[in-house]
Design a protein. Structure first.
Length: 408
């Protein structure tokens, strides 16, 4: 019954016991788990640390594992640094700590490579979004398309930049100027004619690209624009009818307003309009940059090559990603300082910010890119906790989860 209780807990364990002709209630099975002795806890030489949620957004805990045997050694009831520091004081001996940053200054701190790569992917995607005009294919008819295709959303005074980006930049500078003078959020909103939450968002945002990224994202209509151009050239100019047609093809919009706005500039164009070439989404281009070159399809490799040839900055991003990937795969952490200097030498604000964060925690990240230890086993135990946990509240629920993890 203890084995059943540790594997399946209460209700599921009771159902299995019934199949095995054992008459036992779920409460009895849970009591058997709670009656088991506490496991002996000793600090391993290599300690893995990660947090987990027993109730997302509200209740968190911390799991500690032995980095060499990959077995869990303890569960902490919260994810506060002070709780972990107390545990490390009571259980000295850890020489290497994976993922954690505080609590044992005498131990080697090892940053997790997966999280470093994931953060780099986020920085790359934001950089691609900032250079979205470079994703458009250039061909001999580019000037004709630019003259014929809808351009109401572009600002001619900023070299093809979207009007929404220009407006966001102007608002941001105006709000920051007034906020620096000591104006309140409400006063700024009244002065500039902005809603209070909009003025507050612009005032609290430290970097402009955090706001402009939203203004230059693709729209839901982008995938259907070639079809709209094709139908326009066929003679169908009814926006409502075209809206119904693309709705049948999967367009998620509920009103034809976006279709009308897109077709409005076409009504002033005489003759057929050349269909715009499909533009890859920024997140897809970022994915191509982050993937191993040998894993790209032929068409993906060709499109990425053309994009990098048109945009020197994205080409620099691609070069930095390849260098960072080599450090991760070959554990060449000694090259981190040179990589950070190379990034700072290029005009890539988002990637510079990422490199600056690496510099602030360079010792732990260098260890993460040099040592064989990682947080992979810890993440595996977090996934195990997700399969073990139930809707448990209070200390009894946490104690039950702890015993199931450590003794199961």
């Amino acid at each position: 019954m203890r084995v059943i209780a540790l594997a399946l807990a209460g209700r599921a364990g009771a159902r299995l016991a019934t199949v095995l002709h054992i008459a036992v209630s779920r409460v009895t099975l849970l009591n058997l788990i709670m009656a088991l002795p506490e496991p002996d806890v000793t600090a391993p030489r290599v300690l893995g640390v990660d947090d987990f949620a027993t109730k997302r957004g509200r209740i968190y805990g911390t799991v500690l594992i032995d980095g060499e045997s990959h077995r869990p050694i303890d569960l902490l009831p919260d994810r506060e640094a002070g709780t972990l520091a107390t545990w490390l004081t009571d259980h000295p001996g850890a020489e290497v700590i994976c993922r954690d940053r505080a609590g044992a200054p005498e131990a080697m701190q090892v940053a997790d490579r997966w999280h470093l790569w994931n953060n780099l992917a986020t920085a790359v995607e934001r950089t691609v979004i900032a250079h979205r005009p470079c994703l458009r294919d250039a061909d001999p008819q580019a000037s004709a398309r630019a003259a014929a295709a809808p351009s109401a959303e572009l600002n001619p005074d900023t070299g093809g930049e979207k009007w929404g980006v220009t407006r966001t930049r102007e608002r941001y500078l105006a709000v920051q100027r007034l906020f620096a003078r000591g104006w309140t959020i409400s006063a700024i909103g009244r002065e500039l004619g902005l809603a209070r939450h909009t003025a507050g968002r612009h005032a609290r945002c430290e970097k402009l690209h955090g706001l402009t990224d939203r203004a230059i994202r693709t729209t839901r209509l982008d995938d259907y624009k070639p079809y709209l151009i094709q139908r326009w050239n066929d003679g169908c100019t009814d926006a409502a009818r075209l809206f119904r047609e693309i709705r049948a093809r999967g367009y998620p919009g509920r009103t034809p307003q976006a279709v009308r706005r897109y077709l409005r500039p076409l009504r002033a164009v005489a003759g057929p309009v050349p269909a715009p070439p499909p533009t890859p989404k920024p997140h897809r281009v970022a994915h191509w940059i982050m993937r191993h070159p040998d894993h790209l399809h032929t068409d993906e490799e060709s499109q990425l090559k053309n994009i990098l040839a048109r945009c020197p900055r994205l080409n620099a991003v691609h070069r930095h990603v390849r260098a960072f990937a080599q450090m991760v795969c070959n554990l060449e952490g000694e090259n981190l300082a040179a990589w950070i200097d190379a990034v700072h030498a290029d005009d890539l604000p988002v990637l510079r910010s990422f490199a600056g964060n690496l510099h602030n925690d360079r010792d732990a990240i260098t260890a993460g890119l040099t040592q064989v230890w990682s947080s992979g086993p810890t993440e595996g135990q977090v996934n195990r906790i997700k399969t073990l946990k139930r809707q448990m509240y209070g200390r009894a629920g946490f104690a039950l989860l702890r015993r199931r993890l450590l003794l199961g």
